[in-house]
Design a protein around this ligand. Sequence first.
Ligand SMILES: [Fe+2]
Length: 288
Amino acid sequence: MTPLSLDATQYPASHGLLRSLMLMAWMVEARDPYTGGHLWRVARMAEELGRSMGLPDKEIRRIALAGFLHDIGKIGVPDAVLRKPGKLDDDEYAVIQAHPDIGRRILAEHPLAHLVMDVVFHHHETPDGRGYPLGLANTDIPLDARLVGICDAFDAMTSTRPYRKGMPIAKALDIISNAAGTQFDAELGRQFVALGHAGAFDHIVGHTDEGIPLGVCISCGPVIQRYRHTQAGEHADCPACNARYEWQQTGSGLHAAHIGKTHGSQGMPLPDTSLLHTLLEEWSPLQA
Ligand SMILES: [Fe+2]
């Protein structure tokens, strides 16, 4: 059965702030149909990159949490832009470019905002100064935002959207390699590419949790979110079209079988409680 809430009794009250921050991040997943699992993937890749750069454990955890929160401002982007199935025009692009500032303003009063604020506000800045919102350059961009910015871009390139297929890992790594020093931090970019070629992201790309690949919608591609606690017989809706699926057991694991059309919001992506439990355990030292 799908657990519908985090069991608050399992955690000391002091973890409540962190839990509220993570649930805020989940609101973006529920609103944006094209990025199932994006937050987990960015958090995991940021962790891999931070570790390989030799950052201290506590800092790696903090950056992973910030990776999970980075797009929180998308809560304030209208559906017509956020859910547009295709390329944005200039006006729409200007609207979506407001999301780091929306995120900054939403988070400002949260007691743990300091852990994630630089990433939320600066993850679209680029070393050549052509990013947004401030057009900061090079090391004026906080390190954590430069790091998450690479993971974010890589995940966007390798993720399938209903209107385009995700690109192969090697091609996305080439793009990062070519833009290291301009769009991406030179040293972090090189390190990220080396990690990618060594296979460090193979278990992350196309997944929503450790060992859990996205389900494939027959018309939209791999966009259907599955949880660790999902069992055969449970239903899921494609977040991008009105197709309904049933998880069926096959030799290689659960497979999304198309069974018809959705009826309302039943299959909407609820907070992935088993994933949130795990992440909360991992990141709880940040509250100390
Ligand atoms: Fe973003």
